[in-house]
Design a protein around this ligand. Sequence first.
Ligand SMILES: Cc1ncc(COP(=O)(O)O)c(C=O)c1O
Length: 400
Amino acid sequence: MDDLEKWRPEFPILSRSVYLISNSLGAMPRKTADSLADYATSWATRGVRAWEDRWWEMAQEVGDRIGGMIGAPPGSVSMHENVTTAQMVVLSTLPVPVGPRAATRRKIVCLEMDFPSLIYLYRAHADLGFELEIVPGEPDYSVAIDRLLAAIDDRTALVALSHVLFRSSYIMDPEPVVRRAHQVGALVVLDAYQSAGIIPLDVSALGVDFAVGGCLKWLCGGPGNSFLYTRPILRSQVRPRYTGWLANRNPFAFDIDALDRRDDAMGMMNGTPAIPAYYAAIPGLEIVQEVGVDRIRAKSKKMTARLLDLVDCHGFTTVASRDPERLAGTVAVQVPDGMAVSRVLKERDFLVDYRPGVGIRISPHFYNTFDEIDAIMAEIQRIVSGKEYAARSPGRSLVT
Ligand SMILES: Cc1ncc(COP(=O)(O)O)c(C=O)c1O
């Protein structure tokens, strides 16, 4: 037993299933139920006074906790409902290329391998005069850095890139991208959803202008907890159009004249925050912080290496990089009828997901064991060789 296995009793679902889907939804910590009960108690007993007790500034409290794990200084991380919303805040800081004070920079550069929700959002900005350049992916579901660099020019307003690509778990190197973008005067937003909590991340050292991500996956904090890091020097310069009373220094004056924007991360927020989601996030954040992302990464590398060995051993295939420095937490395994196989796995309490093109995504976290990895790969082999999925109707899986 490695020393991280001692955390297993803290995650109830681990005693009931082989939980290998932390790229999608991290396991719920036992203490999350207590934390949500604290929320209910404060609402029930303190009523509206709970806002003054803790709730009004709670986004800052949770943001600072996340900041401590991603290299963001206190007061630089705001909280949002999801990553698409956080990206909308970023986009709303860009000068628009239409109208009397039209900006000349109108290009948004992103990756074909970015999460589709974000590409829909960038595309929708064509109505404001923005042009989208989507850098194509490679056959192995990575993105060549040279192609990305070539797309960034002096017409570029924003470069949006995923730190870890969600299908292949390929780790992009943000450093040359930030260098090139800043050389031509463009901003960079990093989508760290598939990196925060599973690989070391230091947004200050990388020099990105913005970083977005969430607690749902590797940070074990449940939905509704996405974060937005804004580079401190930018906070006094940017003026998000997507704003609201939370950003106001004096919200209870209910003044409708120009917003007196807070100069901390709360200045990037807008309306009433999702308080229960913050209570849900704290236990997972505490655990990941205590375990430490360096130790998580060290174990993760061993587990993905074991998965790759077993892929070869069983004669399956994978798009996962064989360079451990380029592979984050997930190994996607390709087998015939992968979607049907993943459904059988779920019925047998092996929790994983399936993505077209890359196959069955297996995502061990620090709380998983090497035995579980061996067990799922043996189970896949059994299902594939027995064609146990063959008679099933296609059905629809809602797990994302
Ligand atoms: C890299 C990445 N970005 C974004 C998202 C989700 O975005 P949202 O929080 O808007 O649903 C995911 C979800 O799987 C993801 O993997």
